[in-house]
Design a protein around this ligand. Structure first.
Ligand SMILES: C[S@@+](CC[C@H](N)C(=O)[O-])C[C@H]1O[C@@H](n2cnc3c(N)ncnc32)[C@H](O)[C@@H]1O
Length: 249
């Protein structure tokens, strides 16, 4: 019986991989297995990425080991994907009692820019940018087609990221927010009030069309750009506050 169940599971994973793209040739198997998104969310990223025209620009804030980036680039190799992350081993994550970083990089290799670059070496159009978003990247000016937010889910970073990067989205561009779990109780470690408040505000904002949510991933289409300057100004004000607080220690 156990053999039959494990065969079924294996077949199930094979079917899922055939949709997301079997990345085992590019990424260590465990990294694909331990990616931080559910399969239905991976399907969503595949479909969204495939919907983009050649040479579109994707910005991903929060890339960790590059799993979601690899999924999007594999689904549509004609897009330019910019990943923003500190790329340092500051957030040990466990799945089923084992460290994701250790399973992807080996027990003695910490997460670093060069380690993630090596994992993603086959994806020519993925560019890694090391630093804390948005503070280290406030000079960015390229228009964006899809912005995937999966970095720090707390303020001030979360709101400043949404303000800053969505102000660079083109009209018709897609804002994709991960880890929106309004059904969890306050105090649960995966309940992120900043994410919940912003998704609620966007749902009633006429500059955005809410396209729906797959598991924890909410998707919006930008309808007009009249708030861009105000959004950017708010992000710069948050940046000034951040610098001031840093100086105060
Ligand atoms: C949930 S993980 C991202 C998972 C990734 N998107 C995936 O599905 O494979 C969150 C990442 O955000 C990064 N992060 C935290 N603060 C950040 C910031 N201010 N700017 C950019 N990335 C940040 C962390 O280092 C971590 O790698």
């Amino acid at each position: 019986m156990t053999g039959f169940v494990s065969q079924c599971l294996e077949q199930y994973i094979k079917t899922l991989n055939s949709v997301v793209g079997d990345l085992r040739h590019h990424l260590p198997y465990n990294m694909q297995k331990y990616g931080l998104m559910q399969y239905d969310e991976k399907f969503l990223l595949v479909q969204l990425s495939r919907s983009l025209q050649p040479n579109s620009v994707i910005v991903e804030v929060g890339s960790f080991l590059g799993s979601s980036a690899a999924i999007m680039s594999n689904a549509n190799p004609t897009v330019d994907l910019h990943c923003f992350d500190p790329f340092e081993d500051s957030e040990p994550r466990q799945v089923d009692g084992s460290s994701i970083i250790a399973s992807a990089l080996g027990p003695d290799t910490p997460r670093s820019l060069s380690a993630v670059q090596a994992l993603l070496k086959d994806f020519e159009r993925i560019q890694l940018h090391q630093g804390y978003s948005p503070w280290s990247f406030m000079e960015w000016s390229t228009p964006i087609d899809l912005y995937f937010e999966d970095g720090l889910h707390h303020d001030p970073e979360f709101s400043a990221n949404i303000d800053f990067w969505s102000s660079h989205l083109k009209i018709g561009g897609l804002l994709v927010i991960h880890d929106h779990r309004p059904w969890l109780k306050e105090g649960d470690y995966l309940h992120f009030p900043a994410v919940i408040d912003r998704v609620r505000a966007l749902q009633s904002d006429s500059s955005w069309r809410y396209l729906g949510q797959v598991y924890t991933t909410a998707v919006f289409e930008k309808l007009d750009a009249s708030n861009d300057l105000a959004l950017r100004r708010r992000a710069y004000e948050a940046f000034v506050d951040y610098q001031r607080n840093k100086l105060r220690g």
